[in-house]
Design a protein around this ligand. Structure first.
Ligand SMILES: [Fe+2]
Length: 380
């Protein structure tokens, strides 16, 4: 087996499944199983403690591991071949929460994953399905919520903890006498993501419908990634402008004055759309150079108009007892206006970190609950 390994000055080349793969020596030293404390699972090796950079003097395959003899060290290192295979193939270790997004359009409503609150609390299979849907679709619905205010906290705590925003732990969406936000009126609410004026805009949003007997007021949702990808296909220059430049947003009233700059289209290092940030009602005075605005504004307005197109916007009525949960960095939401005197409409909302969602899913997946629907459920 040693013949499949060639040593270089900074690392080694290894043949895995017939393919050559190069690994840097510092990376290999950090990847040795002895670097992680078994009890705390934290890293207990510090490469800077060595007199020189790690250097491989000999390497060989033993069972399902790569064994490495290091210069200046007595102990022989061990790196699992599974890790090397995955990094060679994907550039990163396996992460069960690293799931591809499912882009959706206006007709998605019948396919939204729905899980009862009872199952979220007591059934790990159902909870894993819900978490997986949140990662791939960015939206899911919890049905049959217990009535009353504590119900929402109980739901959030099946996956993490409530993340406070500028207004505290919860917000109540209903008509108010002196509203601090357009959401707290009966007027239409244009498509937006929440609180872009905060340094870290909330990750997941929960909207628990406590009552809804009004005429009108349909809830609107769209997949911001779908609109952004459509813009990239139809107008790449506009897409680049929105993905490159940050614009100012705010959240401000008598007691608060939050301000932050955000890119309207968020990309990852590979250039894939990871999310969007948009809110006309919380857009601050634009501060891009005036000549740049000559091209930025048309792109911005084009994107906003696209978000009003029927092909993207999913419309449904919020039903008392349901809680819609969605990714506030991807799913853009709004509301049609309603007649305040026609009944009562009250949604209780809060936020949670997206990291907590992924953490919950990883722990479930490690225990065998990956959230992939069983065939019987898929055909039900
Ligand atoms: Fe909102």
């Amino acid at each position: 087996m040693d013949s499949d390994i060639s040593l270089g000055s900074n690392g080694l080349t290894l043949t895995l499944d017939g393919q050559e793969a190069y690994f840097n020596a510092c990376w290999l030293r950090d990847a040795c199983t002895s670097c992680i404390d078994r009890q705390t699972r934290e890293r207990i090796f510090d490469a800077s403690s060595l007199p020189d950079l790690p250097h491989v003097t000999r390497a060989w395959i033993e069972g399902d591991s790569l064994r490495i003899a290091w210069r200046d060290e007595a102990a022989v290192g061990t790196v699992p071949l599974d890790l090397l295979r995955h990094v060679a193939a994907h550039g990163r270790p396996h992460d069960p929460a690293h799931l591809p997004r499912t882009i959706w359009m206006a007709d998605f409503e019948p396919r939204i994953t729905r899980v009862s609150q009872h199952d979220m609390l007591h059934d790990e299979v159902a909870r894993a399905q819900f978490c997986r849907a949140m990662i791939t679709d960015g939206i899911a619905i919890v049905t049959d919520m217990e009535p009353g205010k504590p119900s929402l906290t109980a739901l959030v705590e099946t996956m993490g903890h409530i993340t406070p925003s500028a207004e505290g732990f919860f917000f109540e969406v209903r008509v108010e006498i002196a509203p601090t936000n357009l959401a707290f009126t009966a007027g239409a609410l244009e498509m937006h993501t929440d609180l872009p004026g905060e340094e870290a805009a909330p990750g997941l949003q929960f909207l628990h419908c406590l009552e809804n007997t009004v005429e009108g007021g349909l809830s609107l949702f769209l997949d911001g990634a779908a609109v952004a990808e459509a813009l990239r296909a139809e107008d790449p220059e506009a897409f680049d402008l929105l993905a490159t430049h940050s614009i100012p947003f705010f959240y401000r009233h008598d007691r608060l004055d939050y301000r932050a700059h955000q890119r309207v289209i968020e990309l990852d290092q590979q250039g894939r759309v990871t999310g969007v940030t948009i809110s006309q009602h919380l857009l601050d005075t634009m501060d891009l150079p005036q000549h740049l605005l000559d091209s930025y504004y048309p792109a911005f307005i084009k994107f906003i108009r696209m978000m009003q197109e029927d092909r993207f916007v999913m419309r449904f009525r919020s039903q008392a007892g349901n809680c819609v949960v969605f990714d506030n960095h991807r799913i853009v939401h709004g509301r049609e206006g309603y007649i305040a005197e026609s009944g009562r409409r009250h949604l209780r909302g809060c936020y949670m970190d997206r990291g907590a969602l992924r953490s919950t899913y990883r722990v479930l997946a490690k225990r065998g609950f990956d959230g992939i629907a069983a065939p019987a459920l898929e055909t039900a």
